[in-house]
Design a protein around this ligand. Structure first.
Ligand SMILES: NC(=O)C1=CN([C@@H]2O[C@H](COP(=O)(O)OP(=O)(O)OC[C@H]3O[C@@H](n4cnc5c(N)ncnc54)[C@H](OP(=O)(O)O)[C@@H]3O)[C@@H](O)[C@H]2O)[C@@H](O)CC1
Ligand SMILES: Nc1ncnc2c1ncn2[C@@H]1O[C@H](COP(=O)(O)OP(=O)(O)O)[C@@H](O)[C@H]1O
Ligand SMILES: [K+]
Length: 500
């Protein structure tokens, strides 16, 4: 068993791949072995997480996830713990593994109760074994009401919560709660999730990270049988271009980045040049050799805020040499320059208003699609609303399956896509989709997306492939936020300066 960290990448398997592994493993092992291992792992982690719990309440559903909880109950009872179980199963209909686990819990003397103990405290432990990967949109046996009442009790309890396999009601593939299963309020108690056999993508994106808390993995001794990963958590940290530099390097060795954006105040009364400066600062701190800024401000800005940056007009950019980061604070003005940017930039990171312009203009969308055919590389960095505009759907539909949305966009525009938000997803056709495991809600502050675009630009300029540039920049951007001192405000400009 291991506790997940961002230190190294991990394979992710969706429900279909996990089911295939489960079937292969079950076929090669004596009956009930997997569930016994799952119960033993759950009991072991329970004892480690709450060694001083006065009582442990286990809520068990009627399927095999409940069976895992019953196995754990038998072991915790044998270990002398004060355990109680509420089981929604019926011995005549429950699966064979779960029925055997129920019999073992009965034989061990586990008390069965209709609900949680009244006096669960912060030092106690609740185990959520109601639903695992067998979640369906609706229940066929009408147990849904009872199950939701137990889930509400788990969510409301002050005791530490350990979810078996995954938090009940969370879709393991998408990271979204099924309707009616999300907690009413953020939990006050510590949360842990023990993922069994495989790690599933939904644990790490969308609502998954809040739902899971700390994630642990036990492969039940079946890791060697695992099929090919369907996605990947995190990526190997990539050299940013400076680490591998030779002594005979010069500033041109690390790539030129040109940031194109920053609508001026005079256009519509909304000055957005700050976004362009943030992206430029991130590109500079991210290792680009030279950073140019082409503001869309009709030439009203005469000097950059830092002397390292060079002002340029769009028509004076040397397109074959540079990596363009276009759209940050671009407003309406970005539309006018996009045909030239899309046609000529050798490498392009398209962000913010650049994406909005493409979403609303089929000629620009065609020009974007044509870049791949011309051998030009492109990375799109939408947040969920921008992705919804590009896909002509709602934000809720994007969030309902973030991996699918990122893959659809990557396919449609023949490029790399970073779908931002909790558990950012990097997708490129033909590459393994990467779910990011760094970052936190402190990044939800204006301008951090501009910083990310600039950092991706620096990595693309340094020669990384679009998929590697995007995924490694996303990871480094989130890691900077994770390392941020607790008492210090996280601002986008300070984040840009802290990038490594
Ligand atoms: N077999 C093995 O070898 C191993 C399996 N393992 C474990 O088994 C888990 C998968 O077990 P599973 O397939 O039995 O599904 P599971 O997650 O228990 O859900 C089915 C139950 O939930 C119910 N239910 C569903 N939707 C509902 C809803 N919306 N609202 C209300 N109820 C709903 C459904 O009821 P029904 O819809 O039939 O009325 C049924 O009772 C997996 O996550 C892992 O923990 C591990 O031990 C490794 C070895
Ligand atoms: N709750 C969160 N958890 C992790 N990362 C987040 C969260 N909220 C925002 N971020 C990250 O912060 C950045 C915000 O980008 P964006 O939405 O474009 O904001 P802005 O336009 O203000 O720069 C993205 O990299 C996104 O993934
Ligand atoms: K569960």
């Amino acid at each position: 068993m291991l506790q997940l960290s961002a230190a190294q990448p991990h394979a992710l398997h969706d429900v279909a791949a996990t089911r295939a592994l489960e079937a292969a493993a079950a076929a090669s092992l004596p009956a009930h072995t997997l569930m016994r291992r799952a119960g033993a792992a759950t009991a072991r982690l329970a004892l480690a997480l709450a060694p001083h719990a006065r009582q442990i309440w286990i809520a068990c559903g009627g399927g095999n996830n409940g069976g895992d909880g019953l196995e754990a109950a038998a072991r915790l009872q044998q270990a002398g713990k004060a355990v109680s179980v509420t089981w929604l199963g019926d011995p005549s209909t429950t699966p064979a593994d779960a029925r055997a686990a129920w019999q073992r819990a009965l034989a061990a003397g586990v008390p069965f109760t209709p609900g949680p103990p009244a006096d669960l405290g912060p030092h106690d432990l609740c185990i959520d074994a109601l639903l695992g990967i067998g979640l369906r949109a609706t229940s066929q046996r009408g147990a849904a009401h009872e199950l939701r009442a137990l889930l509400a009790a788990l969510h409301a309890s002050p005791a530490t919560l350990l979810a078996v396999d995954l938090p009940s009601g969370l879709d393991a593939d998408t990271g979204q709660y099924a309707p009616g299963f999300a907690p009413d309020a953020p939990s006050r108690a510590a949360r842990h999730t023990l993922s069994l056999l495989t790690l599933k993508p939904g644990l790490f994106t969308g609502q998954g990270r809040d739902a899971c808390g700390s994630v642990w993995l036990d492969d039940l001794g079946c890791g060697a049988l695992a099929p090919a990963a369907t996605a990947q958590l995190g990526t190997q940290q990539q050299a940013d271009g400076r680490q591998a530099q030779r002594h005979a390097s010069h500033k041109g060795s690390f790539g030129d980045v040109a940031v194109i954006g920053g609508e001026g105040l005079s256009a519509r009364g909304m000055g957005m040049t700050g976004a362009a400066w943030l992206a430029a600062s991130a590109a500079l701190h991210g290792g680009a050799g030279r950073v140019m800024v082409a503001l869309l401000d009709e030439g009203t800005t005469l000097a950059p805020p830092w002397p390292e940056l060079m002002l340029r007009r769009v028509h004076a950019l040397d397109w074959p040499q540079l990596t363009a980061v276009c759209g940050c604070g671009g407003g309406e003005a970005v539309r006018a320059v996009l045909p030239e940017v899309l046609a000529r930039a050798a490498r392009l990171v398209l962000d913010a208003d650049g994406l909005n312009a493409v979403a609303g203009d089929s000629a620009l969308a065609a020009a974007l699609r044509a870049r791949a055919d011309a051998g030009l590389s492109t990375i799109l960095t939408p947040h969920p609303l921008e992705a919804a505009r590009l896909l002509h759907c709602t934000t809720a539909e994007v969030q309902a399956d973030r991996l699918a949305a990122a893959r659809a966009l990557a396919e449609r525009h023949a490029c790399t896509v970073v779908l931002k938000g909790s558990g950012s997803v990097t997708a490129t056709a033909g590459e393994r989709t990467i779910v990011n495991f760094t970052g936190n809600a402190r990044l939800a502050t204006g301008g951090t997306g501009d910083v990310l675009a600039g950092l991706i630009g620096a990595r693309l300029a340094a020669g990384l492939s679009p998929h590697a540039a995007a995924s490694s920049a996303v990871q480094a951007h989130g890691a900077a936020a994770d390392q941020w001192p607790a008492h210090q405000a996280l601002t986008a400009s300070a984040l840009a300066a802290a990038l490594q």
